[in-house]
Design a protein around this ligand. Structure first.
Ligand code: NAP
Length: 297
């Protein structure tokens, strides 16, 4: 069994770390707000006061943090994981949805400490993380990916090796850009049905069972129709905007276009302007209702 350092005990990090513990691994956990990691102690986790302390001597160091700033502070801040007594030849694995620019920088920092680096962002919401059924998009050498597969088995149902370092996050950001566009399109479609006098329960059924029915549309149209959203919040409007900013930046950096990505970002920004940015992405329909009412007044 491996000695794991896990950095970040948020909605995703907590269940992921829990599944590593259930898998029989030794887990040291760091979270900026220590109390949030407390539930892991009952399963045998050791809580660390700093990322540096958590990472010392670990075979694998994983992180699940909100964005570039959080990842930078945790890996390379004054008490960052990379500034401690890391074990040469250990694996540093970034699971957060961060920018490709930061992943490239982090890879260089990890290499300078003789660590193997992989970007392994994940797909699946906290309930999927809890059931150990995440999809991992891995960027790294084939030998590094194969070396960590047995450990990833505790948290995931599949590990897709996308390519070299950086390709996991590249794929994830394009994947999340498409996902964010689908949810925004779903909110606009549902709100338009409502404005046109169609029963939105009927609309949700039609969207979910027709050619429009991706898992995102099926799930979100139901929440919107039932006016019953995930509690606690699983993925917020602010997070959608974060992902779209990284995703659009990457797509444009490689010479692609993201006309629809920009449009979707603008749709979510209306949530923020109404003070609703911390709500579930499915609550976007409520922001569109307010905008619609204002436009009609
Ligand atoms: N939620 C989802 O459905 C989902 C699905 C797939 C991937 N993801 C990705 O998984 C990652 C984690 O998301 P989450 O849903 O677990 O978010 P979350 O519940 O908001 O947790 C965020 C984590 O980042 C830490 N953090 C925030 N700002 C920080 C800072 N400045 N310095 C150090 N730590 C900081 C938080 O620490 P505190 O507890 O101290 O605030 C917490 O550990 C994100 O990159 C997200 O995009 C999320």
């Amino acid at each position: 069994m491996a000695k794991i350092a896990f950095l970040g005990a948020g909605m995703m990090g907590l269940p992921i770390a829990r599944n590593f513990l259930r898998g029989g691994h030794d887990v040291n956990v760091y979270n900026r707000t220590l109390e949030k990691a407390r539930p892991l102690e009952a399963l045998g986790a050791v809580l660390a006061a700093t990322p540096k302390e958590a990472a010392a001597g670990a075979d694998l160091i994983f992180s699940s943090l909100i964005n570039d700033d959080a990842s930078r502070a945790t890996w390379s801040g004054p008490d960052g994981a990379l500034h401690g007594d890391v074990k040469p030849g250990a694996y540093a694995i970034e699971m957060s949805t961060v920018s490709l620019t930061w992943v490239a920088e982090l890879n260089a920092l990890a290499k300078s400490r003789d660590l193997h680096f992989l970007d392994c962002p994940v797909a699946g919401r906290p309930d999927v993380a809890e059931s150990g059924q995440l999809k991992v998009f891995a960027g790294g050498s084939a030998s590094d990916v194969d070396a960590i597969r047995p450990v990833l088995a505790a948290i995931s149902k599949s590990v897709m090796h996308v390519g070299d370092v950086g390709s996991g996050i590249t794929f994830k950001l394009i994947y999340n850009t498409m996902g964010a566009i689908q949810v925004a399109a779903c909110a606009e479609g549902m709100q338009a049905c409502e404005a046109a006098g169609i029963d939105i329960a009927v609309a949700a059924e039609g969207f979910a069972t027709g050619a429009t029915g991706s898992p995102h549309v099926a799930r979100h149209s139901r929440y919107m129709a039932e006016n019953s959203h995930e509690d606690p919040v699983q993925f917020s409007g602010n997070n959608r905007i974060k992902d779209l900013a990284y995703g659009i930046g990457l797509i444009e950096d490689v010479g692609g276009q993201s006309v629809i990505g920009h449009a979707a970002k603008r749709v979510y920004e209306q949530m923020v302007e109404l003070g609703m940015g911390d709500l579930n992405d499915s609550e976007l329909i409520d922001a569109l209702r307010v905008v619609h009412k204002k436009d009609r007044a």
